[in-house]
Design a protein around this ligand. Structure first.
Ligand code: ADE
Length: 425
């Protein structure tokens, strides 16, 4: 069999969904002008010719636009899901049917399938890994260290993945360059804050159709995602309580006008609980026990570990699905606790993730990070690298331009002033 006869391998739900996927991918593209420009540049320059690339991302309309840009740049790209519940099946179908991109992802895949797909991704022998949560890199290090030799480097999308990469570096096993996309200003200021803020409420509303005005919403964690979620919940008329373990963001939340208290106290007061901490068991058995009847619990952090569902199960007499992505745990105490999206990130399980306009900048960073790795192949030290500040600034400039917003620039006099130390009082 010649190369052109090789059948495209894939595992998606239903290829007949491709036309709908195409429509939705094109709709998202309208809100992604920066990524569109990068795609057009990639199509000319072909920076990824001969490069095998694996992306482990939420398979959404926005990720599709990233994958299309990378393929336009010549990448031999393969896509898997970074979460069992976040795949948009029509998007996966379209990428396979219309763009010839192998996708291994379907909504509702079990953990075993998820891990099998990670293995398929590694079978692709990637030179670049785009990771969201660091599962592919962690698997490669643990199970296939010999494949490190194939790697130019990796890029990481999310706070959780960066925490894992730092732990790998500390353990001395991160022996290749990793680009920290999450910490680019044009990523976390917008994606983590406004993206998570809006899409988390979107997920809660789509799953439950409840009114948020007048409800007490407890947001666990006041990082960028927590800040966005708390601010948007207040915007919808909720009374917002923040829980924190770090004193500095706790002061920030207080001065932003939120009540701050430990989860032990908040548990009895809240109507809706949203975890966005990145840590495990933020809501535990003792918290469920003190919650109001009908309290709603969900998570928007990367992994499904923030809510201790095993502890909740242990208190339950019965568990039933009352709406899609909405399960009622009837407790032996007689009260109910409602869990959304099985404790997985609710913004992608029940809604469509962050809106395209913020993913435009996140994925512009991803695309440029991959190009940076290729251009600097062999020159970057092992370890975690920031996105170059010029790239971050250029993405911001392009975004502003696309939004039709102009800004001032420094006069020669001002440049001289900020570069001198002699003129004070
Ligand atoms: N993470 C959060 N929202 C997302 C989206 N819309 N697409 C891909 N990854 C995401």
């Amino acid at each position: 069999m010649t190369a052109t006869q090789v059948q495209l391998q894939y595992e998606v739900k239903d290829l007949s969904l491709a036309p709908l996927g195409r429509q939705r991918i094109e709709w998202a593209s309208r809100e992604m002008p920066v990524l569109r420009q990068i795609r057009d540049q990639f199509a000319k320059d072909k920076p990824f010719a001969g490069i095998r690339l694996v992306a482990c991302c939420h398979v959404t309309t926005e990720t599709a636009n990233l994958a299309i840009a990378l393929k336009a740049g010549g990448a031999d790209a393969l896509l898997i899901a970074s979460n069992p519940l976040s795949t948009q099946d029509d998007v996966a179908a379209c990428l396979v049917a219309d763009y010839g991109i192998p996708v291994f992802a379907f909504k509702g895949e079990d953990n075993e399938t998820y891990h099998r797909h990670v293995q398929i991704a590694l079978d692709h022998k990637p030179n670049i890994i785009i990771d969201d949560g660091s599962d592919v890199v962690a698997t490669l290090l643990q199970e296939r260290p010999h494949q490190i030799a194939d790697l130019i480097g990796t890029t990481e999308e999310t706070t959780t993945g960066i925490v894992r990469l730092k732990a790998m570096f500390k353990d001395g096993v991160l022996t290749f360059p990793a680009v920290n996309v999450n910490d680019a200003e044009t990523k976390h200021f917008f994606d983590n804050r406004y993206g998570t803020g809006q899409s988390t409420l979107d997920g809660i509303i789509r799953a439950t159709n409840i009114l948020l005005a007048g409800k007490t919403i407890v947001v666990a964690g006041y990082g960028w995602c927590g800040k966005g979620t708390a601010s948007r919940a207040r915007g919808m008329g909720a009374n917002v309580i923040v829980t924190e373990i770090n004193p500095v963001p706790a002061i920030e939340a207080t001065m932003d006008g939120f009540r701050v208290m430990p989860m032990d106290e908040a548990a009895a007061i809240g109507d809706i609980f949203i975890t966005v901490t990145g840590n495990k068991h933020v809501i535990r058995g003792e918290h469920f026990a003190s919650m109001k009847d009908g309290a709603i619990v969900c998570n928007s952090g990367h992994f499904d570990i923030e809510i201790d569902l095993k502890a909740l199960e242990a208190q339950a007499a019965d568990i039933s699905t009352v709406r899609p992505f909405t399960q009622e745990y009837k407790l032996k105490s007689g009260k109910s606790v409602i869990v959304l999206g099985e404790g997985r990130l609710i913004n992608l399980a029940a809604a469509e993730g962050h809106p395209s306009a913020v993913m435009d900048m996140s994925f512009a960073n991803q695309a440029k990070a991959c190009e940076y790795l290729v251009k600097n192949q062999g020159k970057l030290e092992p370890g975690i690298h920031s996105i170059p500040v010029e790239v971050d600034q250029e993405i911001a400039r392009l975004k502003l331009q696309a939004m039709g917003i102009s800004i001032d620039s420094l006069t020669a006099d001002q440049i001289e002033y900020i570069n001198s130390w002699t003129s004070g009082t």
